[in-house]
Design a protein around this ligand. Structure first.
Ligand code: FE2
Length: 301
């Protein structure tokens, strides 16, 4: 089971039976293939060999993103720019390694089969004494694996309840006063990760990760688990209505007229209620179980 490869059998079983609401740390199991199939050298190798696809690489400095023109040539990260930018204190993010590195693809597919949560894995390189991304929260549960060096994670309880997809992202809602409040109050938790440490970070927890106190370069992986929520089920249940011809008949422009619109909305709602009421629960359970374990399209995460 793939989750076991990152957090060990016991912690994986505990996570599955009692989904976390608070951050906690663990240690990478001694027999984990992480470190062999991927490590700081492998990650750096993608960049130095000119193999890293530029649309899967972001660079940050003190909370701001660099323009891709600073590090891109021919749809790849230009190897010559990498050391230069690291020397300037830039953090490099290699996004969704599982889409272009087969061993990571296998591990992420395994995590999804085990948990029913779709996801991906991203790598970060942060030079010692610097900070890349700063205060934000994410729309998913993250499992952070420190591969090399160290990183400090300042953590605060969620500002927003259950952020999901594009709803309530930290970018959209950002309020400059929050940073002052968080700095004044101090973190609810501070975690120092060194090589072999793992941080489980639940969805929505605010984090300010940095290597400002570190002498060495920090390299870590973040495994993302996009949790399933009732909306995900609701979309698929109603999405299956494509097979019912009643949902494919034309609603002519007259039905979209503002005077007619309430009648149209009411008619479609009634159709939905009728359709959902007649669904075969057993059949849909199989369909949704397979979708949860296997569906990877970004449009449906
Ligand atoms: Fe994050």
């Amino acid at each position: 089971m793939s989750l076991d490869l990152i957090i060990g059998n016991k912690a994986a079983a505990a996570l599955l039976s009692d989904w976390p609401a608070h951050p906690y740390t663990l240690t990478l199991p001694p027999d984990s293939p992480i470190g062999r199939v991927i490590n700081a050298q492998t990650i750096r190798g993608f960049l130095d060999a000119g193999c890293a696809p530029s649309n899967y690489v972001n660079m940050f400095h003190r909370g701001e993103a660099l323009h891709p023109g600073r590090f891109t040539a021919d749809d790849r990260v230009a190897p010559g720019s990498v050391q230069l930018l690291l020397d300037q204190g830039v953090t490099i993010q290699l996004r969704e390694l599982n889409r272009w590195h087969p061993p990571m693809s296998a591990i992420c597919a395994g995590i999804q089969a085990q948990t029913g949560c779709a996801g991906y894995v991203t790598a970060f390189i942060t030079p010692g004494g610097t900070q890349g991304l700063d205060y934000h929260w994410d729309q998913y549960l993250g499992i952070v694996v420190q591969l090399e060096g160290s990183k400090t994670w300042e953590l605060w309880k969620p500002k927003i309840e259950a952020p999901y997809r594009d709803h309530a992202t930290s970018t959209h809602l950002w309020d400059g006063d929050w940073v002052r409040q968080w700095q004044d109050s101090g973190p609810d938790m501070t975690v120092e990760l060194t090589a072999g440490d793992v941080l489980v970070l639940p969805r929505g927890w605010v984090h300010n990760p940095h290597s400002r106190n570190a002498a060495e370069t920090s390299v870590h992986l973040t495994f993302v688990l996009r949790e399933r929520v009732p909306l995900w089920f609701a979309e698929r249940l109603i999405g299956s209505a494509i097979n019912d011809p009643r949902f494919r008949v034309v609603i002519p422009p007259s039905g979209l007229d503002s005077a007619k619109m309430p009648e149209t909305v009411e008619a479609v709602r009634s159709l939905m209620v009728d359709y959902l009421g007649g669904l075969n629960i057993e059949e849909m359970s199989g369909v949704l179980r397979r979708a949860a374990q296997q569906e990877t399209s970004h449009a449906t995460l």
